[in-house]
Design a protein around this ligand. Sequence first.
Ligand code: FES
Length: 129
Amino acid sequence: MEACAPTSIPNMAIPPPPPPGPDGRVPVDVSDLSASNPMKLVPTLTGSDNMPLLVTMVAASDYRALSSKCTHQSCAVNSTLTNGYILCACHLSHFGLDGSVTQGPASTPLYRYDGVYDAANNQLRIKLS
Ligand code: FES
């Protein structure tokens, strides 16, 4: 029997985020977010805490750019929603789509980056610093 050997490694590279625009903001497409799919992790985009950003849709035309770093003891929160909330599995804190704490032990909301919704391009333009 011939041994299995990989012939190629799939290209799983995630493209880097686009460069900031003249306003210093990085555009993130939010056309894939909806009421039934209101959150995504943007692994290629890290904030000042070196953690990937979460982008959430709180309501129509109301988006947030949040740090994925739990404010309790700095674990990364889950990248998918659990029963409609953002879960930190380390000690089971819950956060709303706006980053607010809905269940401790965390007592401080997820860090929120300055994001401006660009309706014409369906983007959230995020200032990371
Ligand atoms: S680090 Fe998130 S709940 Fe403790």
